[in-house]
Design a protein around this ligand. Structure first.
Ligand code: C5P
Length: 220
């Protein structure tokens, strides 16, 4: 039977590393739902669409050809034949994605696409609304959190390691702004799903968090 493990939480709470670790341990596919919101944003930006213009973003999203497939244990997608990966992490995408993700039509398209990925097999999917909206019936729901300062430092270190020229206080501000938009938006805000196990990873190692999730899944 196909299983879907939902791992939600705010930015830089460790969702990606944990989800990849859990997927590897269990032999499930890793699926990054945020990359789809980033993909819609990237497509709009490269087509010169104003990301504040919701109708134009939605039109651009539907005009594009989307294909979903599996590569190296993860679900990925192409847009008009291109597979954006690094591009999705760039600053312009990062700064606009929370606005794009607040557009109800965009969420509808992404949620339907995410649900269709279960056809590829059991998934560990990370995001903001996986346990509340995408797979609300899943018995495997987790909400990862960490102290905001710790999250900002993690994101800062990631950006510096990726060669980006960023200041720690600006990273903190941008993270706070994204958290605020994500948790206060009208459609599918970031909340703890009912039945989700909350894990505060502030002082836990990655291995400890992965183990906690894997054990909880095995115990069900
Ligand atoms: O997880 P990631 O940082 O890549 O997500 C980028 C943005 O996409 C988030 O800030 C949020 O606005 C949006 N998102 C969402 N729902 C999800 C995943 C991501 O709204 N399930």
């Amino acid at each position: 039977m196909v299983k879907t493990i939902a791992i939600d939480g705010p930015s830089a709470s460790g969702k990606s590393s944990v989800s990849k670790g859990v997927a590897q341990e269990l032999g499930y596919l890793y699926s990054d739902s945020g990359s789809l919101y980033r993909g819609v944003t990237w497509q709009a930006l490269r087509k010169g669409v104003d990301v504040q213009d919701a109708a134009a973003v939605v039109e651009c999203m539907y005009e594009a050809e989307w294909d979903f497939f599996v590569q190296e244990g993860a679900t990925i997608f192409s847009i008009d034949g291109d597979v954006p990966v690094q591009e999705l992490r760039e600053k312009d995408v990062r700064e606009s994605v929370a606005f794009v993700a607040a557009i109800p039509e965009v969420r509808k398209f992404v949620v339907e696409s995410l649900r269709s990925l279960a056809a590829f097999g059991s998934l560990v999917m990370e995001g903001r609304d996986i346990g509340t909206v995408v797979f609300p019936d899943s018995p495997y729901k987790f909400y990862l959190d960490a102290d905001p300062k710790e999250r900002a430092m993690r994101r800062y270190r990631e950006l510096i390691a990726a060669g980006e020229d960023e200041k720690a206080d600006e990273v903190m501000k941008s993270l706070q702004q994204r958290d605020k938009i994500d948790s206060t938006r009208k459609t599918d805000p970031l909340v703890v799903a009912s039945g989700a196990q909350v894990i505060d990873s502030t002082s836990m190692t990655l291995e400890e968090v992965v183990r906690t999730v894997v054990n909880a899944v095995k115990e069900k």
